[in-house]
Design a protein. Structure first.
Length: 232
């Protein structure tokens, strides 16, 4: 199989202090990502890349491995996710371990579950994509988006669609910010997770939520509880 799950979780978080291990409905939020990766049975290894002893301790408690710590260079505000992935892959190579496929699973995405990871993996392998990630549909047509001018007058980005019916416009999507399946050899070629040969799976608006501040956090907890109630 040779699949590696990488959960990037550095210690520094300014908007929500301790965000990666802050409790989300009773347990550290990173635990949801770890448990989803372990439950799907698709990975030879599930690891957390961190610079924090506290995060490492929590990660191990929930079943992830922390075989090495992240370098200071890749633990600052300027390091990209791809920088972190390259460092992880290179350190595994130094230990004589190599993988064919990786999955970058974000630590603050409690809506991830094993079924979604499996569905994305099947789409990824069946279509020979370089990467696959979940997306959310924009609720309103982006072709009818509005902007505010310097004179405070409203206008359309695409005025040619002022009279277009919503149902006649092409749907648009945005990255859900949860995980990315990727071919490791192509990551080195493209040097980015979203490549020309990328695919997507759509999830519902109830299955995703950006968590950038405490208001987002509370909204995510409400959504999570509603989803759980609907399954019972």
């Amino acid at each position: 199989m040779k699949n590696l799950a990488i959960i990037p979780a550095r210690g520094g978080s300014k908007r929500i202090p301790g965000k990666n291990i802050k409790h989300f409905l009773g347990k550290p939020i990173i635990a949801y990502s770890i448990e989803a990766a372990l439950s799907c049975g698709l990975f030879d290894e599930v690891m957390v890349s961190t610079d924090s002893d506290e995060i490492a301790e929590v990660a191990k408690k929930y079943g992830a491995k922390v075989p090495f710590f992240r370098s200071n260079k890749n633990a600052d505000d300027f390091a990209t996710t791809v920088d972190v992935l390259f460092e992880v892959l290179e350190k595994y190579e130094e230990q004589g371990m190599s993988f064919k496929t990786g999955c970058c699973v974000y630590p603050t995405a409690p809506f991830i579950n094993g079924d979604t990871l499996t569905k994305a993996y099947q789409h990824f392998t069946e279509n020979n994509f370089d990467s696959v990630f979940p997306v959310l549909r924009f609720e309103a047509p982006i072709q009818r988006a509005l902007k505010l001018g310097k004179d405070n007058r409203v206008s359309m980005f695409y005025p040619e669609h002022q009279k277009s019916r919503s149902q006649d416009l092409e749907p648009a999507f945005h990255d859900a910010g949860q995980f990315y399946w990727f071919r490791i050899d192509q990551l080195y070629v493209n040097k980015k997770l979203w490549a020309p040969n990328s695919g997507m799976i759509e999830i519902s608006s109830m299955e995703g939520q950006d968590i950038d501040n405490l208001k987002d956090w509370k909204l995510a907890e409400i959504k999570y509880n509603l989803l759980k109630d609907n399954k019972h």
